[in-house]
Structure formats: structure tokens, C-alpha cells
Design a protein around this ligand. Sequence first.
Ligand code: MLT
Ligand code: ZN
Length: 469
Amino acid sequence: MNDPRLSALLATVPGLRLKTGPADLEYYGRDWTRRWVPAPLAIALPADAGEVQAIVRWANRHRVAIAPSGGRTGLSGGAVAANGELVLSLERMNRVLAFDPIDRSLTVQPGIVLEAVHQAARGHGLLYPVDFAARGSCSIGGNIATNAGGIRVIRYGNTREWVAGLKVVTGAGELLDLNRGLVKNASGYDLRHLFIGSEGTLGIVVEATLRLTDPPPPSNVMLLALPSFEVLMQVFAVFRERLQLEAFEFFTDHALRHVLAHGGQAPFGESHPYYVVAEFAAGDDARQAAALAAFEHCLENGLVSDGVISQSDAQAAQLWRLREGITESLARHRPYKNDVSVRISAMPAFLAEAQSLLAREYPHFEVVWFGHIGDGNLHINVLKPDDVDEAGFVSQCAHVTDLLAATLQRHGGSISAEHGIGLVKKPWLDSARSAAEIEVMRGIRHVLDPLGIMNPGKLFDPPVPPGHA
Ligand code: MLT
Ligand code: ZN
């Protein structure tokens, strides 16, 4: 603790838990992107909102950058601390503070893990519906900071829909109590929504009030084998029209092969080029019959070539593992991740163009496609061949991302659907947002964080001051 700034911090926040050991700096300084070398100043683990506020005020006085930190499961580098930042980890602030049965709301601290939120809601006979594979490690504060999406957006929307109130400490050190759980509040700008998806650049969430809903209806899971990419959106249209979809996810045979190599169970006797996992409400005979009819319609019209339907919860979970295991099974190959979206109606045209672009540009790399196709969101992971060096691989992928971003722009899409911009997608922010929009975002950031201490370098860089170009 030789740094005088840290001595001043401990004098300001007596009893603050601070870590400075090399293993801690390494552990807390990175997220799942793995591309940057962690180099934080120290790790602060505040116990409550008061300590967070005191840390932010200290950071303003000493001009120390803060990298807010939750479960660090992000894939865009939003939680990376590679430039002497103080990592402000919210992992000790992980409690459920209140449940209100009338409001059907759960008030939690930001460091609570998503799965614990699910359990707490279930314990009250209700549902917190945002869900994805990192549920056991990601925190609700990080979900809010990235407006996390996941596998049930098609039915329930993104995190934004479920945040009824937020307490935040702004970059200037003010504590704001935003919307206070109100369902209706027409009293001016809804600042809560500015913080949702702001990637830690405006302030730090210190408390969130989440909306809960009815538990989901009993559901069933179907795995479909598809003969071609071209039929994908047609199968989606049939299933969406006839069933109440809870999820509709797709992956390629490449993706499946990686999951199987990690211990997944082959679903069919032979392989097929594309697969869909569909979950749908199936509580009664009529719904079951509708699902089978949808499947048969697709089979008769050559839209699917095979299918299995779960007969038990265990089998449903097994089918889901084939989709949810993809990210983990690819990690060893240090994939370059793309997380793109277009409007669902634009998907067929975009898919055709993106496919031929990537086939042309990546003749020697393995490209793995999967994602939340029912939301218009594709994950395109490019795997690094073992004999290609990391820097060369990333720069080649960045060149292709230029072309992909231009294609997305033509189709009105976005270079980041749900992972955020962070460090990874910063060079392409201007393909998804106009110059005027980015200027407004800069202005907002300046108002809430005038000295630029909150997660600097993420999302966009500050403008170059006049005379410094
Ligand atoms: C997923 O949906 O599994 C992740 O968001 C995608 C990824 O790992 O690229
Ligand atoms: Zn995803």
C-alpha cells in the first residue's frame, strides 16, 4: 500500500476492503475477453452505497479512473482494467434487500448473481425472466450496465424491461434515486434508462428494484434439424405464428461438434447443417398438438429434416445444454466474437449477404454461427487457428469487421446486440450510431462524470481538446 493515493483512500473510507496482491490484480483486472493484460491500481470491495460514494469522490479528488466490476463475464472488455484503474468490485454487495408482494418487486444490491435473483423470485412464487448461460457467475449490476439480453428476450424483452428503480452513484459522486419502483412516472426524463446499458461510463448502480412476473407456463423443448440456412426464418415464422414461444435459438453443426467434443450428447443419428432449439408453452393437450402440427408442417414442406421433443425436464435441460454449452466449448480457440443484430424482417437478406461475405473473407478460418435468431441477434465466432499468432488474427478479424459493419449499416443493424461496445467494438460504434447521437452521448457522459473517471476508454473516447489534435 505504498501508493499515497491508496493511503488517502483508506484514510477517507476507514475499514474499506482493498486488495493489491498480484493474483488479485490479475483476477479482477480481466473479464471473459482475455485479450488485455490486466494492470489495475488496486481492487476496492465496498460494503455499501456510502462506501461507493466515498470512493467515487476520492477518485475525483485524485483523478483516479474507476473500472466498475461485477461477475466480469462480459465479452466486450467493458470490465477490463489495463491502465491503472481502481477496480470497484461490487461482489460484497450481493444481498436481497426487500421483496414486495403487492408491487411484485425485488430490491437487490448490484453484486447479486443472476441465478440468486432467479431463486429469490422463485421462492416467492414469481419469475425474474432475464436468463442466459452465464447466470451462475454474472451479476445483476453488470446485467443492468449492459442491458443484458439472452435466451428469453423473444418472450420477455431485455433487462431494461425489468428494472423498476435504480439507485446510482454518478461519476461526480452524487447519489440518485431513480424512478423508485413506480409503474407510471411522467415527470420528465427517465434517467434510469440512461444508466441501463451505459457500460459503467456514467456511474455505478448501488441498488436495483426489479419487476417480477407470473411463473412461466409449463413448457416443452424441441430440437429441430434444418437442411439449410435459407429455411431458418421460415421455420421461425411457422413456430411463432402457431405457438407461444419462450425461446428460439439456432446453431450450426460446427457449433454442435464443439459442444459434443466437450461431452454433450449427440441428438440425432446423423449430422445436419443447422439446428434450432425452440421452447414453447405446452401445458395442455391442445398446445402439445399445436407443437406437433407445427413440426409436421415444417417436415412436409422440407423446412426441417428431423426433430426431437423433450419427454422430461432432464431431457429438456440436455437439449438446452447443446446450445448453452457453445461459448464454453469455443473458449479454448480464443474466438473473435461478433454479436450483431438486424430487424427480424431484415434477417433473411442480411444473412445471405453476411454468409457470402464471411465465406469469402475467411476461407481458412473456422466460423461458428449461433444465436438468438428469434430476436434478430447472431453470434458469429471466428476461431483462431493454433498456428496463427494472436495479433495477426485479431487484425485480420478487425478488417473483416469493417466489412461486416458496413453490411450491417446497409441493413439498419447494430454491431453490438447484447454484449456491449466496451473496448472490443469501439472502433465500429459509428456504424450503429450517427455522429450526432455520439455527440449527445458524450455530452451526457460529461454532465454525469465531468472529470471522466468512470470506465474511461470504454464505449467511446473523449473528444480531443482543441489544439491537441
Ligand atoms: C451466448 O448467447 O451464448 C453468448 O452471448 C454468445 C457468445 O459467447 O458469443
Ligand atoms: Zn447471446
